[in-house]
Design a protein around this ligand. Structure first.
Ligand SMILES: CC(C)(COP(=O)(O)OP(=O)(O)OC[C@H]1O[C@@H](n2cnc3c(N)ncnc32)[C@H](O)[C@@H]1OP(=O)(O)O)[C@@H](O)C(=O)NCCC(=O)NCCS
Length: 212
């Protein structure tokens, strides 16, 4: 059986770890973490800080990054892949994923998520708890879809955007790259790159960098 290294033992790391356990795909799981004085979390050993990843290539077959920051997650994912780890997709057994959709490596699909037909999810995305993504959507790399978000059909979301908790995206809309959609917003028209939008209907509140 395969073994899994999880980078990040924070809140998101805990959820990813439990999801990974439930898949029963891994005979061993361990964390790497930079902010934790513990050596064990949820019965899972914390075996070093992030920078020690190269020491574990021979003992762990797969690695996943469980960090909320979209850019940082993808940077670490690239380092792990280059070092020789396989980067898996981790899918909670309670999620409902159309067999006609594609989910690329490094993405995690958490409890209660629904993804409908002909949708594609690129590398390193977080489809967080109870979010739904309908048919024919194109989700770029490093996108975070927070808990309870609903994305209607034929929506395109470009790289590194973050949809805040409970936001809703109407059908046929394109959301640019590195966009932040604030909690509870309802997006009904296209959004350009690098902005934060909020409200119902969502309006641009400010321009943002690539920090999400
Ligand atoms: C958008 C967000 C990140 C705040 O970003 P920020 O850069 O700190 O924004 P600011 O506090 O500077 O707010 C800018 C403006 O947007 C408004 N705003 C921020 N969040 C808002 C929201 N959810 N709904 C409506 N308006 C909002 C502020 O009131 C402010 O308005 P003003 O300029 O008229 O005073 C935060 O409000 C948010 O929605 N976070 C989502 C959290 C989440 O989804 N967590 C799940 C993690 S799994």
């Amino acid at each position: 059986m395969a073994s899994l290294l999880i980078l990040g033992a924070g809140g998101h790391g805990k959820v990813v770890a439990e999801t990974a356990m439930l898949t029963r795909q891994w005979d061993r799981i361990a964390f790497l973490d930079n902010n934790n004085n513990l050596n064990n979390l949820m019965g899972i050993p914390i075996i070093g800080c992030f920078e020690t990843y190269v020491d574990h290539v021979k003992s762990y077959s797969h690695a996943i990054v469980a960090l909320g920051n979209n850019i940082t997650r993808l940077i670490w994912m690239a380092k792990l892949e280059k070092a020789g780890f396989e980067i898996p997709v981790i899918i909670h057994p309670s999620s409902i994923i159309s067999r006609f959709c594609e989910i690329e490596s490094g993405s995690v699909v958490l409890a209660g998520v629904v993804v409908n037909a002909n949708t594609s999810i690129a590398n390193g995305c977080i489809l967080n708890t109870s979010s739904t993504i309908d048919h024919d959507c194109i989700i770029g790399k490093g996108v975070h879809i927070s808990p309870g978000v609903n994305v209607a059909g034929t929506v395109s979301i470009k790289d590194f955007s973050w949809l805040g908790i409970g936001s809703k995206i109407a059908n046929n809309v394109t959301i640019g790259s590195s966009v932040i959609v604030a909690a509870g917003a309802v997006v009904i028209s296209d959004i350009p790159d690098n902005v934060m939008v909020a409200g119902v209907p969502a309006k641009i509140k400010k321009y943002v960098g690539d920090e999400q």
